[in-house]
Each structure stands twice: as structure tokens, then as C-alpha cells.
Design a binder for this molecule. Structure first.
Ligand SMILES: C[S@@+](CC[C@H](N)C(=O)[O-])C[C@H]1O[C@@H](n2cnc3c(N)ncnc32)[C@H](O)[C@@H]1O
Length: 224
């Protein structure tokens, strides 16, 4: 880990520990975005480009189209790519500052950006989407509220919808850094979306951190 990333990680851990101790475990995201002052180097997950595994997944499934919901959209690159790929995109994040940042980065965007909490989403999103994308969200949510977050994710799918999840996988010998994020177990992932069929599940690693196991997985409504 380089010095800058180590410094950013140390700040993140301090903010998340304080937020957890004060009973507001998700508060630190907004604090981190505010403190970054529009410097993406201060946001450890900011790739400033769409996730290549999402791009691959969508490119391989031309029949998946329509309305997409990007959960915890961060700085907006995944949402923008999906919009350019032809989806009608809604993208939200619990942090108002990240949403403001997206709007500044992409002033001409067709994406509908808004601040919202996955744990208390607008009712009109119920069964409203063909594709729901979460990248590094479930793993960033503490265990005690993670099941509830997954139930909400599933509730956004229409009757032919897909959910695509990308994140860190629990396993391997790498002891890892202190959380967040919390790597997710394959067993938890396989059982978490009631009534959905697991369509794909693959492991991968990133070249810059090959010691970290990751997964890309997708589910759809199981037809009787
Ligand atoms: C690890 S970051 C990943 C961001 C983005 N998906 C990416 O891959 O760059 C987690 C994001 O989820 C957002 N988030 C966390 N809890 C959330 C919630 N309950 N509802 C909506 N967004 C949430 C955070 O503000 C943050 O932007």
C-alpha cells in the first residue's frame, strides 16, 4: 500500500469507528466525501472509470436492457457507462456530497442522480428495474444491517430483472486489512436473495492487488 493510500485508509478507519461507536454506522461516507474536497485521490474506491467486470457482464448480455439502478454510485462512472450503453439510469448514494460531485463531473448527463438510503428507498422503485448494480456496497455495510440491504436490492427488480454484484470474497490466505470493507462469503451470497436464481458466479483478482479475492455474480427472477 503506498503512503497516500495508507493515509486515506487511516482517515477512513477513524471516521468509520467513530460513526459505529455513535450508532450511525453509515455516517462516515458523507464525511469522507466532504473531507475529500473534490480530490478523487482522497476516495480510496474511486476508479474514475466503469468497473471492467460490469462492462464485460453487460456486453455479454445484449438482451438485458431497459431501466438500470446503480446503488451507492460513488463518483458516477458506472452509471454514466450504463447510460451510454443505452440504459435509462437512476443512480443514488447515501452521500449528498457524492451526488453533487457526480452532477458537477457530468453536467450533461442523462442519468438521474439522487441521494437516498438503500435501507429506506423511495417506494416507487419497488419492482421498477431491469438491472440493479451494486459494486462494493454490501461489503461496505456492517453485518447487522447487511441482510436488510440485500432484501431491498432484490425488491427493485421487475419480473425479468437481474441483479449484478461485484465485491471482495471471503477466503484465501490473505488476512486482509481491518474492515470496512467486510469480504463476503460465497455461502452468504448464494443464500441471500430469496426467490432469485444465481445465474453466474466467478472469482477474479485485480493485477494491482492479486492477494485479494473478488467475485462478480448475477441473479435473476427464478421462473416457475
Ligand atoms: C465502497 S463505495 C463504492 C462506490 C462505487 N459503487 C464504486 O464502486 O466506486 C460504497 C458507496 O456506497 C455508498 N453507500 C453506503 N451505504 C449506503 C446506503 N445505505 N445507501 C446508499 N448508498 C450507500 C457510499 O456512500 C459509497 O459511495
Amino acid at each position: 500500500m503506498d503512503d497516500k493510500l495508507a493515509e486515506v485508509r487511516a482517515r477512513l478507519l477513524k471516521l468509520s469507528e467513530a460513526a459505529e461507536a455513535e450508532g450511525e454506522p453509515l455516517r462516515w461516507f458523507e464525511e469522507l466525501y466532504v473531507g475529500a474536497n473534490r480530490d478523487s485521490d482522497e476516495i480510496p474506491w474511486a476508479r474514475m472509470e466503469p468497473h471492467p467486470k460490469m462492462v464485460e457482464w453487460v456486453a455479454a448480455r445484449p438482451s438485458v436492457k431497459g431501466r438500470a439502478l446503480v446503488v451507492g454510485c460513488g463518483l458516477g462512472d458506472d452509471a454514466e457507462w450504463l447510460s451510454e450503453a443505452g440504459f435509462e439510469v437512476t443512480a443514488f448514494d447515501i452521500s449528498q456530497s457524492s451526488i453533487n460531485w457526480c452532477s458537477e463531473r457530468f453536467p450533461e448527463s442523462s442519468v438521474e442522480y439522487l441521494a437516498a438510503d438503500l435501507l429506506a428507498p423511495p417506494e416507487e422503485w419497488l419492482e421498477g428495474f431491469d438491472l440493479v448494480v451494486e459494486i462494493h456496497i454490501l461489503q461496505a455495510i456492517p453485518e447487522k444491517i447487511r441482510d436488510q440491504a440485500a432484501v431491498q436490492l432484490r425488491s427493485f427488480l421487475n419480473n425479468s430483472g437481474h441483479v449484478l454484484c461485484i465485491g471482495r470474497l471471503l477466503g484465501g490466505s490473505f488476512p486482509g486489512d481491518p474492515p470496512p470493507p467486510w469480504p463476503l462469503s460465497r455461502t452468504w451470497l448464494e443464500g441471500v436473495f430469496r426467490g432469485l436464481r444465481l445465474d453466474s458466479f466467478s472469482h477474479f483478482v485485480n493485477e494491482d492487488a492479486p492477494e485479494i479475492d473478488r467475485y462478480v455474480a448475477s441473479w435473476s427472477i427464478a421462473k416457475a
